[in-house]
Design a protein around this ligand. Structure first.
Ligand SMILES: *[C@@H]1O[C@H](CO)[C@@H](O)[C@H](O)[C@H]1NC(C)=O
Ligand SMILES: *[C@@H]1O[C@H](CO)[C@@H](O)[C@H](O)[C@H]1NC(C)=O
Length: 337
């Protein structure tokens, strides 16, 4: 088989011309530019003794102070700076390198104005359900979408605009810190929430609530943890073994909110007296609060079981005390004047 000379010349020509096709356009902007900021486009070629011109959307650049072109004939390369960049500069940019024999178009580069997310800062959020909690990082509404990273308990989840993660209550959490990090076209935002087990700094485990037989009683636990992840509450009556009365029915009724739980006991009798426990639990841990109920009998209201003789003794004691104070006051007054 004989080689065709025309074919050989063609192959030779394409080998020689191949490097000339490398007129390359790059940018520091990666497609998105913040409104009012500057962007630079860099065009390089392998054409010898090249000059350059620029196109946007197929036409020569319109005139204007915002366009600055720097040419380096030794490179050879050309740099186009658009500053400030506005919405009306959105488009597809190409550069052309030419010399006395060739004219080469570069790849096209699209530039658009970036739009920030609807919220200026990223949002850390959590919603608690009975057996699980939904953690989320949200920084949505931007053009292009923000890259969002959620970190919790040593696990990292990544996505765009919004990342959610549902954590089951059955697992223990070692690092109860939710960190959300967002990055949109180089602008960064971060938020953090450190969750705690449910706590109440003003709860007194020794406090006693008194009611009279036949009345209704209300025992309440109020949490003051800032980020307690809306805990679940369960109630027990120590009898002396704990009896779960959370879904008690009949006499017992539990009313719980995000940071408070109350046990309502209707028509109290002596068998409801004693100590109650309220256990508040979230994914970080649980806390047990004690509440004590005293039930006074109806026959001698307010007597707290003291005999008539004892009461008389107290009354005499108090009268004596008042008398002494009076005498003391007399001497004090004497001394001053
Ligand atoms: C784009 O808009 C800016 C400001 O509104 C203006 O100064 C500039 O001349 C415009 N340029 C083009 C190419 O339309
Ligand atoms: C938290 O991390 C620990 C240790 O890696 C793991 O055992 C546990 O299951 C994790 N908890 C959750 C809720 O993922």
């Amino acid at each position: 088989m004989e080689l065709n000379p025309v074919f050989c010349i063609c192959v030779l020509l394409s080998v020689i011309l191949a490097p000339a096709s490398a007129t390359e356009l790059t940018s520091n902007a990666n497609g998105w530019v913040w409104e009012g900021e500057a962007v630079s486009l860099y065009c390089s070629t392998q054409l010898i003794a090249a000059s350059f011109f620029w196109h946007v959307d197929g036409d020569l650049l319109p005139g204007g102070d915002e366009y600055q072109i720097f040419e380096d004939p030794l490179g050879p390369n050309s740099t186009l700076i658009i500053s400030p960049f506005f919405r009306n500069h959105t488009g597809s940019y190409t550069c052309f390198a030419y010399n006395s024999t060739l004219n080469e178009a570069s790849n096209a580069l699209n530039l658009s104005v970036a739009k920030p997310p609807s919220n200026p800062i990223i949002d850390c959020k959590s919603e608690a359900y009975t057996e699980q909690v939904l953690l989320g990082c949200s920084w949505a509404g931007g053009q292009p979408s923000a890259n969002v990273k959620l970190s919790f308990n040593g696990t990292v989840k990544e996505g765009q605009d919004e990342v959610n993660w549902t954590v089951s209550l059955d697992y223990e959490v070692q690092q109860p810190e939710l960190i959300c990090q967002g990055d949109q076209v180089g602008k960064k935002s971060e938020c953090k929430i450190v969750y705690e087990r449910p706590l109440s700094s003003n709860h007194d485990n020794n406090a006693v609530t008194s009611v009279t037989e036949g009345e209704n009683a209300k025992l309440t636990v109020t949490l003051n943890t800032q980020n307690s992840l809306h805990p679940t509450f369960s109630w027990f009556h120590l009898n002396p073994d704990p009896v779960d009365i959370t879904n008690g029915g009949g006499k017992f009724k539990v009313e719980s909110g995000h940071s408070q739980s109350s046990l309502l006991i209707s028509n109290v009798t002596q068998s409801e007296k004693g100590t109650y426990e309220c256990r508040a639990r979230n994914i970080i841990g649980s806390t047990t609060f004690k509440l004590n109920l005293e039930v006074k009998s109806q026959e001698s209201p307010g007597s707290s079981g003291l005999s008539g003789g004892a009461i008389a003794g107290i009354v005499i004691g108090v009268l004596a005390g008042v008398a002494l104070i009076g005498v003391g006051g007399f001497f004090l007054v004497k001394k001053v004047f």
